[in-house]
Design a protein around this ligand. Sequence first.
Ligand code: SAM
Length: 275
Amino acid sequence: MLGNLYLVATPIGNLEDITLRAIKVLSDVDIIAAEDTRQTLKLLNHLDIKKPLISYYKETEKIKSDIIINKLHEGKNIAIVSDAGTPAISDPGEEIVRKCIEEKIKVIPIPGACAFVNALICSGFSTREFVFIGFLSSNKKDKKNKLDEIKKEYKTLIFYEAPHRMKNTLEIMKEILGDRKIVLAREITKIHEEFIRGKISEILEREQEIKGEFVILVEGDEKIDAEKEFLNSMSLEEHYEYYLKQNMDKKEIIKKIAKDRNKNKNEIYQYFINY
Ligand code: SAM
């Protein structure tokens, strides 16, 4: 019989954020695969759980995934944990999940803390639609290119960043995205938890406060959002006429409408089939 793979979320600062189910699964599995075994050992000692640990980090993800898959084939139940938060979110996990799916091995999520979700819900920015980017490249050119690609996005943008790169990243964000409203969600669930809000330039002036772990949230491009709202307030026919007046052909219009309304192109095509 095949074993199950559990993706177990662990606290991002406050140990009380471990869930009852996470404790049960960590106590019941045969093996725990951890990003950093020393870090996980601290948590397991705190929970009084003793389990065989194997290390599983980004650089060894491919090789270690094969070892884990073999053990799952032997019928062992395995939990994956990262240093903090939800595995596979800017942390190892994606690779093993893909392999398990290929091998028809059951993958079970054990929900819990995730830094970006908690940063987003307290940001005051739109939680309806958002884009999670995670870490930008440390290469300046790649970082700029990525920001350039998403600068017209009207959805809330969410980034992770290492503490020592915060200042540089904020400066580049100001240059490429403009002096937008941002929120720095600092040290979530820890003693110095704080939500620092303001324009990028204002926050850069408070440089001495930029210490600790942060999630960076950037308000979406308001201009694009307003335009989208305007277009979505129209009937489909008005929306069509709006683009027709701009001398677009039927194919182009259908594509634009589908994009504006986050709809499937075929759905819009069917609606206008005899138009
Ligand atoms: N898998 C984790 C999760 O579920 O959020 C994220 C791991 S990623 C390697 C680490 C990054 O997450 C940090 O550089 C920081 O941007 C963010 N982060 C993690 N814990 C945080 C906390 N307590 N407060 C603010 N940001 C945090």
